[in-house]
Design a protein around this ligand. Structure first.
Ligand SMILES: [Zn+2]
Length: 389
């Protein structure tokens, strides 16, 4: 049903609802009274966490307490978190508003002596500089992905959502219909000597098949990605930069998706700030984003994000949005990503021989070695968003 020129959006919505709002108004019932009252939530069981938090302050709902883990495990987290930053550095793109023109926040990315085709490094903008990595219960890296909103002209092609869906697709070829194949947990799918790179950890219960998986993501997850990770029963999600625009949805879902007082187990993944595992870059990213927000703009004394070609004397054409995705194109963010790459390259381990309980668990040294190999493989053999050609 198109919105006709003489209709506004409210008319459109009420007509879709069969005029129910109008009917309520005509019957003397306000829309507010039509909802569940303030004391009970209709259809919600008394022991549901929703009822526990129903009349409590939001601050209590989002308080998930500090993340605690032994120093040995914190060290493992830091390896994967630095890998995410290193991938962002390696696959950085920044021409968010076009391939030509001026990006005053990206002067270090300017290509010296470039012509008119591309003045800044990074080439065609595929999506925002947001990346994530999935790690299985043994510490093996499964795969990585990036935000690809721009290449799909979509606002939902987020890194975490794309990665979870791909892992489910990959896992589908590991159904245990032939026990002989499972001898080393890998499928031999072709005549080449190489076996499929995915480990066969999946079982028939797809709802729990990723419950040992940890996601390391560069930006605090949105409602969509928190939802997809919850449906996938992802164990935990470590994020490198807080996103104040996402209304703490990950924490809210963590609390509401499991019994009151319970930590871990089925439900939304626990959001863990990388600050809590000792990544200093997280505080720097947050600080640099605030610096960007305070200074970006098109007004007097502000620095625009982008100036189209030939618009030097026409500020009306400039863009100065304070969006976090604009910040993620800036020299500030690029330097922060590079520091993660440098940290991964230079990393020394205090707990190199630590191996969590479990036969196939990798030691911290094996984790670091694999992260470095994965980075090299992804950057030399892969493409942005997939380690595979
Ligand atoms: Zn998302």
């Amino acid at each position: 049903m198109p919105i006709l020129p003489n209709q506004n959006r409210r008319h459109f919505v009420t007509s879709l609802m069969g005029g129910s709002l109008a009917a309520m108004a005509a019957g003397g019932v306000s829309a507010t009274e039509g909802r569940a009252d303030s004391q009970t939530a209709q259809g919600v069981a008394p022991d549901d966490p929703v009822m526990h938090y129903w009349n409590r302050p939001l601050s209590e709902l989002v308080d998930i307490g500090p993340y605690t883990a032994p120093a040995e495990e914190m060290e493992r987290h830091r390896v994967y978190a630095n890998l995410v930053l290193a991938l962002l550095h390696g696959y950085f793109n920044g021409n968010k508003d076009g391939d030509t023109g001026d990006y005053p926040w990206r002067s270090s990315q300017r290509i010296a002596g470039s012509g008119t085709q591309s003045l800044y490094a990074g080439g065609r903008y595929l999506g925002h500089n947001i990346c994530c990595v999935a790690v299985d219960g043994d510490g093996d890296i499964i795969d990585f992905d990036f935000n690809h909103n721009s290449i799909f002209n979509s606002s939902v092609e987020h890194a975490e959502a794309r990665l979870i869906k791909r892992i489910f697709s990959l896992s589908d070829i590991h159904q245990d219909w032939d026990s002989a194949v499972g001898a080393d947990d890998r499928w031999n799918l072709s005549s080449s000597a190489e076996k499929a790179p995915m480990k066969g950890q999946m079982d028939d219960d797809y709802g729990r098949s990723l419950s040992n998986v940890t996601i390391y993501t560069s930006l605090e997850s949105c409602a969509q990605c928190s939802g997809i990770m919850t449906l996938a029963n992802i164990k935990q999600v470590v994020f490198l930069q807080p996103d104040p625009s996402q209304y703490m949805i990950g924490k809210i879902m963590y609390r509401l998706s499991r019994p009151v007082g319970q930590e871990g187990g089925p439900g939304a993944p626990r959001p863990i700030s990388a600050t809590e595992v000792g990544i200093e870059t997280t505080a720097r990213l947050d600080h640099d984003y605030k610096t960007f927000q305070a200074a970006v703009g098109t007004g007097l004394g502000k620095t625009p994000f982008y100036k189209p070609p030939g618009s030097d004397n026409d500020p009306a054409q400039w863009s100065g949005g304070k969006s976090i995705t604009g910040f993620l194109c800036s020299d500030l963010a690029f330097a922060d990503f590079r520091s993660g790459r440098e940290a991964l390259d230079a990393m020394t381990l205090a707990h190199a021989d630590f191996r969590p309980e479990g036969q196939q668990m990798l030691t911290n040294m094996e984790v670091l070695s694999q992260a470095r190999h994965f980075l090299n493989y992804a950057l030399t053999e892969g493409r942005r968003g997939t380690p595979h050609r």
